[in-house]
Design a binder for this molecule. Sequence first.
Ligand code: SF4
Length: 202
Amino acid sequence: MKISETFHSIQGEGHLTGKPMFFIRAQGCSVKCPIREVCDQPESLAFRGGHDMAPATLAEMALAAVGPRGWVSITGGEPLDQPDFDELVAACRKLGLYINVQTSGLRRVNAPWDWCTVSPKAPVSELAIHFAQELKVVYTGQTVDELRDYYEKFSAWNYYLQPCMQDGRANTEETIARVFELNRLGMQWEFSAQWHKYLGVQ
Ligand code: SF4
């Protein structure tokens, strides 16, 4: 499996914020992503580069970091671009670890996850997945109707709007204002910060 990096930290976004996790960041992203220019992880986008690592080795590293029944976050890049993705999930599950998958939602996730985070980079009609524990939209000015489409056609326990960081500035106020507006219209969106950035941890 092509890996950009691994590290042990806390989850900084969404409903699982604060959970200790071992992060496995896949190398490469094939998504035609509208925010590619300002992607948080520019070094993980190219398919060249990264390190070849065996799924079983990654699972052992995760177990050593978080212990039995700890959490692994499989992220990217787009981790579903990796042909070994299912094998990695199976290796982690075999060791009793919980799996958080972070994906754009453009590929089906066939391997059994414990918590799936879909951060869509396309309209809901183009997604291959229509259920996850959380949907996390990076807010770049999507209209109320676009966000209503996600809310009504994608089944999630939690709907988050997250600010987009561009040129060192996050559009936090605009994001909060949009969350309030959506709430007034009867849609229970919530705000998601990227707390790890404010705390200065990875
Ligand atoms: S889909 Fe995710 S990893 Fe790929 S460019 Fe967009 S934000 Fe970055």
